[in-house]
Design a protein around this ligand. Structure first.
Ligand code: NAP
Length: 321
């Protein structure tokens, strides 16, 4: 299947690596694989590279210019190029733009879409209905808790139950920084390492002040309870002074109620039972006992793997058609 990747940062570059690594296996398993036909970043759209390594190498060395298509903007290329799936992995923004426009443009052209960009769903949750209306598949597993299969489990296993409550540690950066501080690093050094490793958002205050967690909680809440709660209705009690050893950032979601706050990790030992840049997702339903999914390490590679998983799910559906 032909893939157009818009956004060539931490997630985009890792996704290109994963596709390159897994394509043979995919071909053997399903008789199809992914061909990256174009990639875009903030400077333009790149095409005509001989293979994935060539464009990756060009990106890493700042030499993408030779592949740039002249006189075409990204939105137009999304409408005009020949591909099957758009992967939208540009930076999250307060307005959700240009991600929303990119995704809608692709859907209008009957392309399937995969995104990791939370801000699209935070600002325009109805885009899920828009995809249905356009008859395309829209997947966004990586938007919440990286590689923990949150939507996959909700859609499959938990679809038989009534979900009462969801909680968890949704922000790997704050978990990582606190763990580093517990290991003797200063706040500043721990933050610098998190930024260098591509863990922290460009605006790291989003991570530490609970805004990133609030975005994820909002998406989950609206998805589970089929509501349209807004960011300003969330009770966000996260404070920078609470970023210290022994603390953890927790999100708690019930119907029409979302709370984000730092708590003593010992109070919620199951939720924080991971090392380093971990995350967790705990779900309480009327049918099963409370269950927790947990991951020790979640960064750009793992989130790119979640994007890849969405891509493979679409490929599998297409094969069955
Ligand atoms: N990093 C993670 O672990 C993680 C996990 C889950 C979800 N996410 C989400 O996934 C998305 C990508 O994250 P990331 O870590 O890869 O971000 P990133 O490293 O900042 O990369 C963002 C990419 O988007 C490009 N871009 C920015 N504005 C653009 C525009 N107007 N048009 C086209 N491209 C544009 C940037 O171009 P340049 O290269 O030219 O700057 C860059 O290639 C974000 O929405 C983030 O919230 C990230």
């Amino acid at each position: 299947m032909k893939v157009f990747i818009v956004g060539f940062g931490n997630i985009g570059t890792n996704l290109v690596r994963i596709i390159t690594e897994k394509n043979n296996e995919l071909q053997q398993k399903y008789g199809d694989s992914f061909q990256i036909i174009a990639i875009a970043d903030s400077k333009g759209v790149y095409k005509g590279f001989k293979d994935n390594e060539e464009i990756l190498e060009a990106k890493l060395n700042g030499r993408t210019e030779k592949f740039r298509i002249k006189d075409i903007d990204i939105a137009k290329s999304i409408a005009d190029l020949e591909y099957d799936i758009l992967v939208e992995v540009t930076s999250s923004t307060p307005s959700g733009e240009p991600g929303i426009t990119y995704v809608k443009r692709a859907m209008e052209k009957k392309k399937h879409v995969v995104t990791a960009n939370k801000s699209i769903l935070v600002q325009n949750f109805d885009i899920i209905d828009y995809a249905r209306k356009m008859g395309v598949i829209f997947k966004f597993e990586a938007t919440v808790c990286g590689s923990i299969p949150v939507f996959n489990t909700i859609d499959n296993y938990y679809s038989k139950a009534k979900i009462k409550k969801v909680s968890g540690a949704f922000n790997a950066t704050s978990s990582y920084i606190i763990r580093m501080m517990e290991n003797g690093f200063s706040f500043r050094d721990a933050l610098d390492i998190a930024i260098k490793e591509g863990l922290a958002e460009r605006n790291y205050e989003d991570d530490l002040l609970g805004i990133d967690s609030a975005r994820k909680a909002l998406i989950l809440h609206n998805y589970i309870f089929k509501k349209r709660m807004k960011m300003n209705e969330i009770e966000n009690l996260a404070k920078i002074e609470d970023v210290k050893p022994g603390m953890g950032l927790i999100s708690e979601i019930e119907d029409s109620k979302i709370t984000i706050k730092y708590v003593e990790k010992s109070e919620k030992s199951k939720i924080f039972d991971f090392n380093g840049a971990g995350m967790s997702f705990t779900i309480t339903t009327d049918l099963f006992n409370t269950q927790t999914l947990i991951v020790d390490q979640d960064g750009p590679w793992e989130s790119a793997a979640a994007v890849y998983s969405d891509l493979v799910d679409i490929l599998k559906v297409r094969i069955l058609e």
